[in-house]
Unconditional design. Structure first.
Length: 297
C-alpha cells in the first residue's frame, strides 16, 4: 500500500497536466499513488493519462472519470478511492519539487501517532521562489515548525496558499458541503470545521509546492461567487462562529445576507450562527445584495 495519495482534480487541463506528471516522475521517493479525478473533461485528458499509465513511472496512476460535478465532489471522490493513510492535493496546473514526498514522509512520522493532529502543512511559492502574497510564515526556524489549527494560520502570517497532507480516514468524516444546484463551495468550510473540532496541523515554512495562477483558473474572477453564492453564504455563516468580535460577526452576517438574497434563498438566514447580528444588519445586507446583482450582471 502506498504511504501517500497525491490527488489531482482536473477539468479540460490536458494542455498543462503534463507539468504535474513530470514533477511526480522526478520525485526522489516514489512511495505514493497518483489519483487523477477527471471532472468530465471533453479534451484529450483520458488519452493522455492512459498513455502515462502504460509507462514505467515507479508509482501507480489511477484514473477516476466522473461526469462534471465540480471540484468539491471530485475531491471527495478522490478521497474515497484513496488506498493510503495520507492524502495530499496537487492542482492540475501546479508542480512540486523533487524532494517533496521524501520530506513529507519524514514529517508525517513525527505526528502520525498523535491523534490531535490531522496532518502536516508546508508553503506554496511562485515560480520565482517567493512566498505567496509575499508573506513569510512566523515560524521558529530553529524548531522548524509551528503547531496550530487551520483557523490560527492568519495570526502566524500564513493567510496565504499553503498545501496540506491530511489523514485520509479523517477527511472521509468531513465531506464537502455543496449547495444543491451549485458546483463549488470554499474549501475552508471543511478545513475550518476540522479546526473547530480541535485538530491541529504541524506547519512548516519550507517551499515544496510551485503554484501558477492561470487565466482559466477556478477562482480567477468573481464568476466563482456569482455561480455559487450559497457556497459563499455558508462560508460567511461559518465565519460568524470563528470571528470573536461582534463587529466582525456583523460583517460576516452582512455578506451572508447579501448572497442569500442574491441566490433567492433568504430562508437560509434562519440558519444564521448569530441571529442577533443577522437581524441587526439585515438592511445593510439587503443593500449589498442590490450591489451584488449589479456587480454580477
Amino acid at each position: 500500500m502506498p504511504k501517500i495519495t497525491i490527488h489531482t482534480a482536473t477539468y479540460n487541463r490536458a494542455y498543462i497536466l503534463s507539468k504535474a506528471y513530470e514533477s511526480l516522475r522526478a520525485q526522489t521517493c516514489k512511495d505514493f499513488e497518483w489519483i487523477i479525478t477527471d471532472d468530465g473533461s471533453s479534451d484529450d485528458t483520458e488519452l493522455l493519462v492512459e498513455a502515462w499509465m502504460r509507462e514505467d513511472n515507479g508509482f501507480p496512476i489511477i484514473y477516476n472519470k466522473l461526469n462534471h460535478v465540480g471540484l468539491n465532489r471530485a475531491l471527495d471522490s478522490g478521497i474515497e478511492k484513496s488506498n493510503s493513510d495520507w492524502f495530499m492535493r496537487l492542482d492540475s496546473d501546479d508542480t512540486i519539487i523533487p524532494e517533496t514526498v521524501e520530506k513529507v514522509l519524514l514529517w508525517i512520522n513525527e505526528i502520525k501517532d498523535n491523534d490531535s493532529f490531522v496532518g502536516i502543512g508546508y508553503a506554496k511559492c511562485y515560480p520565482d521562489g517567493s512566498y505567496m502574497r509575499n508573506q513569510i510564515p512566523i515560524i521558529d526556524f530553529e524548531v522548524g515548525y509551528v503547531d496550530a489549527t487551520n483557523i490560527e494560520r492568519k495570526k502566524l502570517n500564513m493567510d496565504m496558499d499553503m498545501n496540506e497532507v491530511y489523514r485520509t480516514e479523517l477527511l472521509r468524516k468531513y465531506p464537502a458541503t455543496v449547495w444543491k444546484g451549485e458546483m463549488f463551495s470554499p474549501e475552508q468550510l471543511v478545513t475550518n470545521k476540522i479546526a473547530l473540532d480541535g485538530y491541529k496541523i504541524r506547519w512548516r515554512a519550507d517551499k515544496l509546492y510551485i503554484c501558477e495562477y492561470r487565466d482559466d483558473g477556478l477562482t480567477k474572477d468573481n464568476l466563482i461567487v456569482k455561480n455559487n453564492p450559497m457556497g459563499y453564504a455558508m462560508m460567511y455563516n461559518q465565519n460568524i462562529i470563528i470571528n470573536k468580535s461582534f463587529v466582525k460577526k456583523c460583517k460576516s452576517a452582512i455578506q451572508m445576507t447579501a448572497l442569500s438574497i442574491y441566490a433567492g434563498n433568504i430562508s437560509y438566514l434562519k440558519e444564521s450562527n448569530c441571529k442577533a447580528a443577522t437581524i441587526l444588519t439585515l438592511p445593510l445586507g439587503a443593500l449589498l445584495a442590490v450591489r451584488r446583482k449589479k456587480q454580477f450582471k
